[in-house]
Design a protein around this ligand. Sequence first.
Ligand code: COA
Length: 702
Amino acid sequence: MDIKVLDALLKPRSIAVIGASATPGKIGYTVVKNLIDSGYEGKVYPINPKSEEILGFKTYPSVLDVPGEVDMAVFTVPAKFVLDGIEECGKKGAKGLVIITSGFGEVGKTDLEQKMVEVAQQYGMGILGPNIVGVLSNSMKMNASFAPTLPLPGTGALVSQSGALLIAIDMATFTRRVGFDKLVSIGNMSDVEFADLVEWFDQDEDTASISLYIEGLKDGRRFIDMAQKTHKPIIALKSGVSAHGAAAAASHTGSLAGAAKIYGTAFEQAGVIQASTLDNLFDRSLALSLQPPMVGENLLIITNGGGVGVLATDAAERYGIPLKFAPEDVQQELKKYMPEFGSAKNPADLTGIAGADWYEESVRNSYMHPWVNGLTVLYCEVAITEPMDVAQSIKRAIDDSGITDKPITVSFVGGEKTETAMQWLVENGIPAYGDPDAAVNAMAALHEYANLKAKRAPLALAPNGDSKEKAMAIINKVRQDGRDVLTEIEAKKVFEAYHMPVPKCELAATAEEAVSMASAIGYPIVMKIVSPQILHKSDAGGVKVGIENNEECKAAFETIMANAKAYNANANLHGVVIQEMAPWGTEVILGSVNDPTFGPSIMFGLGGIFVEVMKDVTFRVAPINQSQALDMINEIKSAPILKGTRGESPKDIEALSATIANYARMIVDLKDEIDESDANPVIVYDEGDGVSVVDARIILHK
Ligand code: COA
């Protein structure tokens, strides 16, 4: 998206309101009034064919009559007038269009919405919306919306796909003490989408962090790419994570995928921090907009109350930053600022008699110690120490330390005075919360940010030999046959082209061929029917394992062919695959889906009951490198089985991770062909002995 378009939408020098009204209560009136009340310093041009003047501004019948330049136009006319208005804005040379009007894609009028975008693009304009509340910016003193006021000032930007929620968040910024510089309502995203705004905010000097309320992304991969490049923390609250798409997906992988899992995983890959609730979005946004990431694992908690200390300790474990005892020198220092009966371990309990001076010294000294990677300070209101004194001493200690690359969060529990003290802390750049759990969760967000930032890897592929040509030769032949499902042997050949080990296998059309192939491969062997119409081979009596010699092979061939005919008389029988019998090992499953939002995505899990019953699987948007594949292996609950447990030898995780990465590459390379696929099971052998894809399935796009 042209940067000039986004500049015009977020920092316009002049605004026309198309459909401005002199009638209080109408949205066209509210927008003009809001621009005045917020102190917008650019030019405002109300457009209305019937009025002479609105709220003291001269009014023009059309945007074409405006004497000066128009950067941005806010639309508050009914849907049927919008298209003509856009055309006029184009002629006028406007750049950004804020379409508040509803009645487009959200009520099925996608054609009209599309037409609007086409006309705007012809003139090099961009559209925010339609169906939105508008844009609000404290730094621009601009409330170009029908939300009541600008939000409490802050350093973050927030984009919401829900208009009503944006207004609610706007109002809640005051009660929650979480300020934002900008609020943007994104609505139907006919043109400007999340990725465009993320890109613009990344460059904006007034934006420190980016908060998103997302219902759905239009182009998930573009969002991931953009988020990965961003230098500022992005935090997202995603709604609508129920089983969308899952029910419709025919395959095993599809039904395990579901929107929530792919979204969660895609956000992680993009380095996007997730919020679980609206409260959590506020809490985490505050910390991310004010504090640096927490690099390292060592969180120190300082408290004057044992109860809140224990609550915070529990929270630290819950949110992935479990406490460790502070090293001896840290403890010795802390002991200077507590009575005999205090505790210098972690949490450091200064006890209820701690004064502001003890807080100041203990915070300063521990903050400066290299062991401490993040500090959470807790305070319970007590009669002997004023909350504001504690707040100010914490701030002084942090400033005196000269350290700016470590985060601090604070929780004060008490009455009105603690509220005032916490407000003061937030105004002075220290995130403060009424609940120790929230303060630790906010620290966890800063910790997640540091870790996700380090792990981000672009979704790009290095060039890779002739795998694709080999695979396409097989796929083209399948297409020529008029099929969209590959036989097992064809699928395995495609997997093999991408360097995934498959057992030796050949297709026998006659019993004689079967015997000679089996002899060449070497007994024991497995024999399976090959027919595009028979997907569930075992159900059809089409599988025989442990065939030991020529007689058994011949007999098995006849039986399998007869069973298959009996199972489906119309099936086209290609023959029987003769396959080397893979030795026993640990079964894992790989699968792929083409997610509607993120495209080719890969699933990994342990086979058998682990996948069927426990649903112990993990996902990534493909491609991934081998180290990300290792992360997948490590994050399933049953990972210890692969690593070797209870006397079991460790499995070949190196070979497995290489196979997962190769598989991810295959589904990206062939994304225009493959709809779904799986390798189920893949047998993993002991360390050094490799893996074997013993069954494979590929379904092409129709
Ligand atoms: N150019 C400029 N002004 C025009 C115009 C044109 N071509 N055609 C009409 N107008 C004027 C009208 O005369 C009216 O002014 P007036 O009060 O002086 O008569 C003004 O524009 C607004 O038109 P009106 O017909 O009164 O519409 P409205 O105010 O009842 O509704 C919307 C307009 C946009 C608010 C309404 O269509 C809508 O979409 N509402 C939902 C918006 C929303 O909730 N969005 C966010 C969802 S989260």
